[in-house]
Write a protein that binds this ligand. Structure first.
Ligand SMILES: [Mn+2]
Length: 304
């Protein structure tokens, strides 16, 4: 049995993609009509966020709900698919997973080497921390992000959809070396500085186009070393010609079949347990006959 978790939250988009809170309902509606046979292999969890207007509070609810769900899991042939919502939801989902995984008995040693200290942290302390604790044993979580943007703008107090990744790194929930960002084509200056100084692996759309088979194969062999994998899919990784219904459409992106190809391969990885699909906006999508939402519905089915 797999889990589909609805996270209808769009106020982390800084009013740039209001309406993407409607995506969980729309994607599931389309998914169930396209794949009726798969309806009995998923359990749906609806996290109520519609009346929440404060990012911090929304993130707390998401984090606690996921922790509670994971604590009941036996981690046996189960996948967890989170439906956003804007990309800020990846902060609390990843944080919840991190906290639960690192608290598991067989990972107690890791808990010591990965202290969580949210006080007085800056990017610089994060860097020092990493230099001191360069763990080579990969009994940990790998994060693969498909996104036109690296979402590493200077982090604010509460993570938004444009800095959630930088926040996860700065707050030590993930080591920069375990992050793979794919399909990037829009990077601003401050992001580039952060990416360079933290040596984050960023693959531009062109890197994928050059040879998609080799690219995917070498990515997969890198990902085998992780105990768990989390794949975060921002729909704007696709070219707007294919997926126009999103907040920051950016030309020159992946074609739908290229994304499907890579994800079908990655879905064969047994350590892949966590997936999120974010930034699809059904309100914009209405005029396109829900084309982008139907891509989202197909993305769900790839992992089941
Ligand atoms: Mn994003």
């Amino acid at each position: 049995m797999h889990h589909v978790i609805k996270l209808p939250y769009d106020r982390g988009s800084m009013n740039k993609n209001l309406g993407c809170a409607k995506a969980p309902d729309k994607l599931l509606e389309l998914f169930l009509s396209l794949y009726p046979d798969k309806s009995n292999i998923i359990k749906i969890l609806d996290i109520k966020l519609n009346d929440i207007y404060e990012d911090k509070q929304a993130h707390k609810i998401i984090e606690m709900s996921i922790k509670s769900l994971l604590s009941k899991s036996n981690y046996n042939n189960e996948r967890f698919i989170f439906l956003g919502g804007d990309h800020s939801i990846t902060y609390p989902t990843y944080k919840a997973i991190h906290d639960v995984v690192f608290a598991m008995p067989n990972n107690l040693n890791k808990q010591v080497s990965s202290p969580i200290n949210l006080l007085n942290q800056t990017d610089q302390t994060s860097k020092n921390y990493r230099n001191q604790h360069h763990h080579t044993n990969k009994d940990t979580i790998g994060l693969v992000v498909f996104d036109a943007h690296p979402d590493c703008v200077s982090s604010d107090v509460v993570p938004t959809h444009e800095d959630w990744l930088r926040s996860l790194i700065s707050h030590h929930y993930i080591d920069a070396q375990d992050v793979y960002i794919i399909g990037v084509r829009d990077i601003d200056k401050t992001e580039q500085t952060f990416i360079t100084s933290n040596k984050i692996k960023v693959f531009h759309t062109q890197d994928v186009f050059n040879n998609i088979e080799d690219f995917t194969e070498s990515l997969m062999s890198n990902l085998l070393k992780y105990k768990y994998l989390y794949i975060s899919i921002d729909i704007d990784v696709l070219d707007p010609a294919f997926a126009p219904a999103t907040g920051y459409p950016s030309p020159g992106g992946l074609a739908t079949r290229e994304l499907f190809y890579m994800l079908m391969k990655l879905s064969k990885l047994r350590n892949l347990m966590f997936i999120d699909i974010v930034e699809i906006n059904p309100i914009i999508d209405k005029q396109y006959n829900y084309l982008t939402s139907s891509i989202g519905a197909r993305l769900i089915s790839i992992f089941l």
